[in-house]
Ligand binder design. Structure first.
Ligand code: TYC
Length: 102
């Protein structure tokens, strides 16, 4: 039997073709005014990071200009961006957060 006619092969090839949804990085941008401690709190509160990892990500953003907080499907990434921007605004910090397709 050719592989084309074998039903299990047909199912397998369809499974291989099934596309994963596009994923988005949520990225924090550096600025000169947002306190370091506030950024650490944001990484813990919205991205589930521990204090140590949150501090490392914050320092990377501070030194390199930006850093990845997490990778999510589009609607989750978009919600995180809105929540972080809203939280920063409430506290009158200029912290910026954006999403980028991976
Ligand atoms: N650069 C800020 C400062 O010196 C700290 C900071 C880090 C701000 C990360 C934003 O995403 C950021 N207070």
């Amino acid at each position: 039997m050719s592989s084309q006619n074998n039903p299990s092969t047909v199912l397998e090839s369809q499974a291989q073709k099934a596309k994963l949804p596009p994923m988005y990085q949520v990225v924090l941008l550096n600025d000169d005014y947002t306190p370091m401690e506030f950024v650490v709190i944001v990484l813990q509160k919205f991205f589930g990071k521990g204090r140590e990892q949150a501090t490392q990500i914050m320092l990377k953003v501070h030194r390199e200009g930006k850093g990845v907080c997490g990778v999510y499907p589009k609607d989750i990434a978009s919600t995180k961006v809105e929540m972080v921007c809203g939280f920063a605004k409430q506290h009158q910090h200029p912290l910026q957060c954006v999403m980028e397709e991976t």
